[in-house]
Design a protein around this ligand. Structure first.
Ligand code: DQA
Length: 147
């Protein structure tokens, strides 16, 4: 199965951005660990990162024909973007939402996600290992669906 990995705003700064909150792994490290995890299940990943809401929406739309499931860390757009939520619903693919940090232990404005209600699973606070957990879950889910 084909998994699209989406990382949103500021996640290109992983590794140097607030390491006490997000750790020292870089986005390249995340992409590598996700693709290794997918490979272990016989799945493939395509990774994209953008700081722009519309670009992320376009990637979700394109996934309709190029992916079987989506893992998304939408960064701060999680807390603001009804448009990304609508795009995920619009394409109808299984979705796992990831947050590196435990957003519930942080500022109030990070406690609400527009995406969680339309995600199949949400993984929060497991650090970058959350991406592996997300891929494991999604890959298993997609395998059991296949003929
Ligand atoms: C984040 C949490 C968001 O609140 C924040 O804006 C991010 C990263 C996380 O992975 O913990 O950019 O999604």
């Amino acid at each position: 199965a084909r998994i699209l990995l989406i990382n949103g705003p500021n996640l290109n700064l992983l590794g140097s951005r607030e390491p006490a909150v997000y750790g020292t792994a870089t986005l390249d490290d995340v992409v590598r660990l996700a693709s290794d995890a997918a490979e272990a299940h016989g799945c493939t990943t395509t990774a994209m990162q953008s700081n722009h809401e519309g670009t992320i929406i376009d990637a979700i739309h394109a996934a309709r024909t190029t992916a079987d499931g989506i893992v998304i860390n939408a960064g701060a757009l999680t807390h603001t973007s009804i448009a990304i939520r609508d795009a995920l619903v619009g394409v109808g693919l299984p979705v796992v939402e990831v947050h590196i940090s435990n957003v519930h232990r942080r500022e109030e404005f990070r406690h609400h996600s527009y995406l969680s209600a339309v995600a199949d699973a949400v993984i929060v606070g497991a650090g970058v290992d959350g991406y592996r957990l997300a891929i494991d879950h999604l890959a298993r889910k997609l395998q059991t669906r296949q003929p």
